[in-house]
Design a protein around this ligand. Structure first.
Ligand code: KG4
Ligand code: ZN
Length: 371
């Protein structure tokens, strides 16, 4: 069936999200219309813990899902009896959180006799550019997909919606995770990405030469944990200089204690320079490798998906790198900004493509499901 009304459910992390997506056009000319959508963010719940707590995420999803479901169909022009398929995220993500969505999808599916398709969350980010509208698949392939989120950093070569292969991944932290960790060092609450971007705008990206790990290595793998450690050591050093000047008597023991609490006495200018220099180093190797991939596969477009794709500087640096590599005619296509972060509409899109590809995932949470 090419025309479908899809109910999409996303609970892989800290957003409880439902959407109704009308899909048609098949794999050659897919088109999507978002009929209704609701998101409930749990950021305030997890903020005080500095990251997402799986058991709390589960509790919040269980609380939110029935409320959102009721509210969604109250205002939607499409009734539950007109839904042809339920698309639900089965992984990767936090398993207790994923299970809440899967169980809810199964409950609704059983009650209303609707088939369910399990969806890979990363396919959601990979295909979310299709929510931009006016995309003709014939104009964009071959394409490079750069997926950058809190859990993943993947460079993919795509020949079509169904034929793709992973070129490289991070060997340790995901790029979004490094933004969150550096934010924590700077005393910025979770999620740190948007706040670091804002702070970086006030700083000098070349003030501090942080390492862009794996920049000169062949292949498309990346690494971000060394960068985070370099930021930590830099901050300790700067902080020690300030403190030692202010108080010659401070003991090493006291200093260690203070650092553990994240109390770095840095000026606003220093903080902005750290944010800007970190952001530049984080995007340097990533954009060079993405541009190289685009050049090597003769890409017509690069799509950026996942939470970090909301970062404007990432687009700017990538454009520059594409230009330097003689790929100035390669388009960068991204989803509208509210579909960069986790959302259910992208799960509806990926569900449609998954079912047309004849791909099927077990309806079981898989925290480490691969692309
Ligand atoms: O895709 P997403 O919403 O959730 C996951 O699947 O992980 O991505 C969230 C990640 C967080 O690490 C967050 O700090 C990061 O995306 N992020 C950003 C920006 N907005 C969100 N990182 C850098 N710059 C941003 N503007
Ligand atoms: Zn995500």
């Amino acid at each position: 069936m090419l025309n479908m009304n899809i109910l999409a459910v996303e609970t892989s992390c800290d957003e409880t999200a439902l959407a109704i997506v009308r899909a048609d056009g098949g794999l050659q000319n897919p088109h999507f219309e978002i009929v209704g959508e609701l998101v409930s963010s749990q950021i305030d719940v997890h903020k005080e813990f500095g990251g997402v707590v799986p058991t709390l995420a589960k509790r919040e999803h269980l609380k939110n899902l029935p409320v959102l479901y009721k509210k969604l169909f109250k205002t939607s022009p499409v009734g539950i009896e007109e839904i042809d398929m339920i698309a639900v995220t089965v992984g990767p993500g936090l398993e207790p959180a994923l299970w809440t969505g899967i169980n809810e999808a199964q409950r609704i599916g059983k009650e209303h006799d609707i088939p369910i398709v399990g969806v890979n969350h990363m396919h959601g980010h990979m295909y979310s550019f299709l929510l931009s509208g006016n995309i003709k698949t014939a104009d964009v392939f071959p394409m490079v997909a750069l997926l950058v989120s809190g859990g993943h950093t993947i460079i993919i070569s795509m020949d079509s919606l169904q034929n793709y292969r992973v070129l490289g991944e991070t060997r340790d932290d995901a790029v979004g995770e490094s933004f969150d960790k550096v934010a924590r060092l700077l005393g910025i609450p979770y999620p740190g990405g948007p706040a670091i971007e804002k702070l970086a705008d006030k700083g000098d990206s070349h003030a501090i030469a942080f390492p862009s790990t794996m920049l000169h290595e062949k292949g498309y793998d990346t690494s971000f944990s060394g960068l985070k450690t370099a930021v930590l050591y830099y901050m300790r050093e700067q902080d020690a200089n300030t403190q030692i000047n202010a108080n010659q008597q401070m003991t090493a023991n006291k200093k260690e204690k203070m650092w553990k609490m994240g109390e770095y006495k840095l000026s606003d200018k220093e903080r902005a320079n750290i944010a800007a220099s970190f952001q530049y180093a984080a995007f340097n190797a990533l954009t060079r490798k993405t541009a190289r991939a685009a050049k090597n596969i003769g890409a017509r477009a690069v799509t950026i998906g996942g939470g970090v794709s909301a970062n404007k500087k990432l687009h700017k640096i990538l454009l520059k790198r594409l230009d330097e590599d003689g790929c100035s005619d390669v388009k960068i296509i991204t989803p509208p900004i509210n579909y960069c972060m986790d959302n259910a509409a992208m799960i509806g899109v990926a569900g449609y493509i998954t079912s047309l590809r004849g791909l099927s995932y077990p309806l079981e949470a898989d925290g480490v499901l691969g692309v």
